[in-house]
Write a protein that binds this ligand. Structure first.
Ligand SMILES: Nc1nc2c(ncn2[C@@H]2O[C@H](COP(=O)(O)OP(=O)(O)OP(=O)(O)O)[C@@H](O)[C@H]2O)c(=O)[nH]1
Ligand SMILES: [Mg+2]
Length: 299
């Protein structure tokens, strides 16, 4: 029997904020690579996640939630990341909540059609709705994009995701692998470390606090087997106001200690070695509007 041809391609994961794009990326990769949280606009940049199998290699781009309006330099850059990833893709994986298409989904589908980029729709979070509820949703999408494949999934429970993966592979071009089999992402450990701290901020703090924070790795020193028995990572969290700094640090530093411990455990898990994590909090009001800084932290 002749072996199936090797397929390889770039798949952009698109959708409104909070649809479950990053959760889906992690489920497809079977690796906790992207940060996720119950709050919208957790992801601020493109993140590449590479899935390699004997018969295929898929390079996924996780993207920030699609915004139709932007307020500041950070928003504009986030939207730019979505547009770039859209242009680079062989295929788009649109992730949506199990609701009829809204303006966001409609404008994404329109933009994809204009580019001639084929799309597959993952209707996510179906663990939250009953089957009869799904039918009119599928019907509504079918009306605006008749040839688009629609797969109900739960990214959280890895339900329907094998079928989704198969569908994606079938739609990729016949092409050789471009990345080594052991490559997981294009991002540095430095960047991933800063993201793990940011994830804790999004998960633990309310109101505008997570949105007003940026995280930068100031120093990343590898263990030297002598004095430094663990990697040393020093991280600075920037916040807009002094009151937010107090909230982040907490009584006697308790809140920050919890953030640092949780982030460190994630780093040790992904990097597979012990880490010493040192976290500082500084007030800087204008970081959201400083393009040079945004470039530096990778948003
Ligand atoms: N019930 C349920 N919740 C889900 C599912 N997938 C994701 N979520 C939750 O939805 C929330 C948002 O998930 P993310 O993966 O961060 O969403 P995102 O689309 O990457 O969000 P942004 O990066 O902000 O655009 C998190 O609380 C997830 O746990 C699912 O299949 N079922
Ligand atoms: Mg995300």
């Amino acid at each position: 029997m002749k072996a199936a041809p090797h397929r390889m391609g770039f798949v952009t994961i698109l959708g409104r904020p909070n649809a479950g794009k990053s959760t889906l990326l992690n489920t497809l990769l079977q690796e906790k690579l992207a940060i996720t949280s119950p709050r919208p606009q957790t992801t601020r940049q493109q993140l590449l996640g590479i899935l390699t199998h004997d018969d295929y290699q898929i390079v996924f781009w996780d993207t920030p939630g699609y915004m139709r309006r932007t307020r500041d330099a950070l928003d504009r850059r986030m939207l730019g990341h979505v547009q770039e990833a859209m242009l680079a893709a062989d295929l788009a994986l649109l992730v949506a909540e199990p609701r009829p298409p809204g303006e966001t989904e409609k404008s994404l589908l329109k933009a994809l059609a204009a580019e001639g980029t084929p799309a597959v729709l993952a209707l996510n979070k179906v663990d939250r709705v009953s089957k009869p509820h799904l039918l009119p949703v599928i019907q509504a999408y079918h009306e605006i994009a008749p040839s688009m494949e629609i797969v109900p999934i739960s990214a959280l429970n890895a339900d329907g995701t094998d079928l989704l993966l198969k569908l994606l592979v079938d739609r990729l071009p016949q092409r050789a692998a471009e990345y080594d089999a052991d490559e997981l992402t294009d991002r540095s450990e430095r960047f991933l470390a800063s993201e793990m701290v940011r994830e804790q901020l999004f998960r633990r703090f309310g109101q505008e606090v997570p949105y007003d924070t940026a995280v930068e790795v100031e120093e990343f020193l590898e263990a030297d087997g002598e004095e430094r028995t663990k990697d040393y990572i020093r991280v600075v969290i920037y916040v807009n106001r002094a009151s937010q700094r107090r909230i982040l640090i907490g009584k006697g530093g308790a809140a920050m200690k919890e953030v640092a411990t949780a982030a460190r455990l994630q780093m040790e898990d992904l990097f597979n070695r012990p880490i010493y994590l040192d976290v500082w909090v500084q007030v800087w009001t204008e970081w959201r509007d400083d393009p040079a800084f945004l470039e530096e932290v990778g948003y």
